[in-house]
Design a protein around this ligand. Sequence first.
Ligand code: SF4
Length: 364
Amino acid sequence: MPAGNAAEVSGARLARALIEWHARCGRHDLPWQRDRTAYRVWVSEIMLQQTQVGTVIPYYERFMQRFPDVGALADAPLDEVLHLWSGLGYYARARNLHRAAVQIRDEHDGRFPETFAAVAALPGIGRSTAGAILALARGERFAILDGNVRRVLSRYFGVEGEPAQRHTAEQLWALSEACTPAEQVEVYTQAVMDLGATLCTRRNPACERCPLTQTCLARRTGRQHELPAPKRRPERPLRRVYMLAAQRADGAVLLERRPERGIWGGLWCLPEFDSAAAAETYLARLLGAAAALRPLAAIEHAFTHFDLVITPLLAHCSAYDGAPDPAQHAWYHVSAPGALGLPAPILRFLQRLASAAAQTQLFD
Ligand code: SF4
């Protein structure tokens, strides 16, 4: 039998087994499975990139309550969107979601686009996400290849090579196409994603409970832990920065809006500097204050490609007489935070700073 036909036969068997399994054991009560519109599925797919279902659910519910449709999202200020996203991380996702909603309002009469090409052209939506939205919300036959599906297919078909490499990715896309059924595509799509999330997990896959256990190549050859081939990671660079925590007598701390591009883009954060001297100059220029800077215990945060170590510099500046630019600066008080999006590590730092007991721990 030609290789292509073999993949189709094997793919059809996989799809059948997964659809049956999903009817018995799949997740059917997730919030985005109710009232399945393209908008609701789209938001869930974006939130679920890099984030587990359990973490996403409360964020998703709050987001839908505030932005029940694409128009509400498009008309909202970006700050409010980032505020509701605070803590989920990977904030480019929220910025792209908002940009795409504006695009749908302005260029598609407020209706989610119909064609695959138009969906895939929206900011933050790649081939796999576009396929997932159209398959799950509209039952259209499109293949997907997110991280979970890559793992399932690599193991089931014994695909060697790093999934991120072009040749391997093309092979996996072809297999995903061969597996995607013409009927019940929405059930199959949900099932293959669920299998990767719940049984065919990265560490310790539960093969004994898997509906593919009889035919999975990795299982039959005992290679579940070798496939897919792990990504070769370059050494993680370490970046060190200083951040100014200018605090008024009432406890409010000065925040600055970060540029759109780069880490924590568009979020409100402590002003960042390469050196303590630069922070001092900024303090004097912006607030007309010449307070002593007090280094506090470092904040460490791991990004995907590097580690960040922040040395916060506390300055009590009750006597400041400058007026920061309201478009770029805000005085932030944890007890009256307002609708601003803050990076989670910075929010945690401010909460610790606000607590008198914790403050004593901060001074190393
Ligand atoms: S048998 Fe094991 S390795 Fe194969 S798909 Fe199922 S869980 Fe994954």
